[in-house]
Design a protein around this ligand. Sequence first.
Ligand SMILES: Nc1nc2c(ncn2[C@@H]2O[C@H](COP(=O)(O)OP(=O)(O)OP(=O)(O)O)[C@@H](O)[C@H]2O)c(=O)[nH]1
Ligand SMILES: [Mg+2]
Length: 298
Amino acid sequence: MATVFSTAVSQLLPSLLPLLSSILLLPKTLFTFQAGKNTQKTLNIGNSCLFFFPLPKVTEISYVICIQVTGLWIKAQTMADSNEMSINLVVLGKTQTGKSAAGNSLLGSSDFESRLSPSSVTTCCSLGRSGRILGLIRRNGCESALRVRVLDTPSYPHTALSKEQVRDTVRAALAHHFGEEGLHLALLVLRSDLPLCPDESSDTVQLIQELLGPKWKDFTAVLLTHADKAEEAGYSEETYLCSASSTLLSLLSSVQHKYIFLDNHNSIIKEERNIVLTKLLNFIRKNNYQVLLKHSKE
Ligand SMILES: Nc1nc2c(ncn2[C@@H]2O[C@H](COP(=O)(O)OP(=O)(O)OP(=O)(O)O)[C@@H](O)[C@H]2O)c(=O)[nH]1
Ligand SMILES: [Mg+2]
């Protein structure tokens, strides 16, 4: 479980191992720092002073732990969760854009109800979890598993709920499901087979701003669903963007061109899904694995 690096103090190990083991089994909630930030925390247990250092750009759940005992230092690395990484996502957008279908595509499941309807289908938030996805991440030369969590949400605006009801229910669900580990990305879902007119995305952008705060652009990517229809009409991604409305282009520019074309009917195929997940992982990596909405444990 623990990798001990210092040989000079190996004679102290027998007495330290129980302490180390118990520390490494502590709940993650005790560790409140974020990966990608050079912060450190101390924790005093008995006479020992412990410093926890996050391992930047690996995962927020891997840490270097240094223990000071009688003036000597022992360094250990948590291994508990290092062969696994989770990403937390939320889908947001107008009604019938394919939010629930996109959630299913990302999870490789049919957890969320998704169907054509003249009124909004999804009325409450629900969390879907993927199994262990292999073949996408390698860390320290070893294969790691990816776990994806997606929060499906009611549309904004909605045919039966007020904007306030949607906003409050999504806010509460984000705090409930992602308060401990934080949110990696909000996915603003738009239909690629419909033009985006001025002010049309402003409701969703406003909701995202209200939920995520001033850093929303760093934590938002656009999912352009119905890519199959755009393709049927003869558009490649490049020609589509050449003909896209200035409203869409300026939205994509404001989120630093984090966009993905998605054919929800096709992404049932594992390879298609892995391409989409790899793009999302790249966005998250470029944002230094930062998270939002994490409860402070101070
Ligand atoms: N052709 C095509 N149809 C899609 C795609 N994504 C979603 N759909 C269809 O669009 C319809 C609505 O999909 P949903 O996933 O229910 O959309 P939603 O945004 O969750 O809808 P609400 O919950 O009602 O707001 C369904 O009939 C889906 O099959 C896509 O990429 N291509
Ligand atoms: Mg839905």
